[in-house]
Design a binder for this molecule. Structure first.
Ligand SMILES: C[S@@+](CC[C@H](N)C(=O)[O-])C[C@H]1O[C@@H](n2cnc3c(N)ncnc32)[C@H](O)[C@@H]1O
Length: 292
């Protein structure tokens, strides 16, 4: 679907509430009353494209037309905020590389298990899962291990970019020059992630509210879900965090964005104090108290 830029149609308060609730039920993203203008601006082009005079007509289209599922899926490209970049949140990444991964390697190797599954939930254009792959690729202790990084997002548009893996300046605001040289090659249209990194990552379309499809993902050792739940209300956060708890192996880790916490959401995770950062862990049933 091509979104055209059009004049902004005017949205009444009632229309806002109808559309807001429809979007919320689909993906958990919650637009507060004072953000009506955002929805009005982001959805206006759909009225133009579909030749619908009012947002009320558009609500009926979204709710009852034969295309309703497609339309809801497609508007996620304009509803979501997709800001991201390589090597975001350096302290957390240092805790990941220097403390968490060595701990996971030790505990999994002790069980005779030499595989690692990491999920980047809400991966946007792919900078996060590729950063994880770059960090893992430099660890000799993982040689001979089966490592899998799964990137998922609700917006098809960002996933196309993630699969293309070609990036411009704004993705590189936190990268060091030698990492740029090591993990990318320059093309006419930007810097492309090297194949050796890309092959560690798979990219999939997934709505974190689609509980059935979430279970098909299988169990993982670690989840990055950074700067995603900030757009959810408390009930949505609880629902998604519950799904993460089920998806993690006992002793697995959950890495949220630096402004996010599980306070007032759940007590099912332990907050571990590492040297570089504080990270949530699903307690191991055998060694309750946090350590693996
Ligand atoms: C701000 S980006 C964060 C990207 C990356 N995790 C980071 O921290 O740099 C938030 C992403 O979450 C995705 N998202 C929002 N709601 C979602 C949902 N219900 N299911 C899956 N992805 C969702 C958006 O499409 C967007 O790409």
């Amino acid at each position: 679907m091509a979104f055209t830029f059009a004049q902004t149609h005017s949205m009444s308060d009632d229309e806002f509430l109808l559309l807001r609730d429809c979007i919320y039920a689909h993906c958990g993203i919650y637009f507060a009353q004072d953000s009506k203008y955002i929805l009005e601006k982001r959805l206006s082009s759909r009225l133009t494209d579909l030749n619908l005079p009012t947002f009320n007509d558009y609500y009926h289209y979204l709710k009852y037309s034969r295309n309703k599922e497609h339309e809801l899926t497609d508007i996620m490209d304009v509803i979501t905020t997709n800001e991201t970049y390589f090597f975001r949140e350096a302290f957390q990444l240092k805790a990941f590389s220097d403390e968490i991964i060595p701990e996971l390697i030790k505990s999994k190797a002790a069980q005779g298990n030499r595989s690692l599954r990491i999920w980047s939930a809400g991966c946007s254009t792919g900078e996060e899962p590729y950063t994880i792959a770059m960090l893992l690729s430099t660890m000799p202790e993982l040689s001979g291990w089966k490592t899998e990084i799964i990137g998922t997002d609700i917006s098809q548009k960002v996933l196309l970019q993630a699969r293309r893996a070609i990036y411009g300046k704004s993705s590189f605001r936190a990268i060091e020059e030698n990492d740029l040289q090591r993990f990318f090659h320059q093309q006419d249209d930007g810097y492309k992630v090297n194949d050796s990194i890309r092959e560690l990552v798979t990219i999939h379309h997934l709505n974190l509210f689609d509980t059935h499809r979430l279970t098909m993902l299988g169990k993982v050792d670690l989840i990055f879900c950074r700067n995603v739940i900030i757009y959810f209300d408390q009930a949505s956060k609880k629902r998604v965090i519950e799904s993460f708890h089920s998806a993690l192996y006992d002793g697995g880790f959950l890495l949220l964005g630096h402004s996010e916490s599980l306070m007032n959401i759940t007590t099912q995770f332990t907050l571990r104090h590492f040297k570089n950062d504080m990270i949530y862990q699903k307690p191991d049933r055998l060694f309750a108290g946090g350590s693996l």
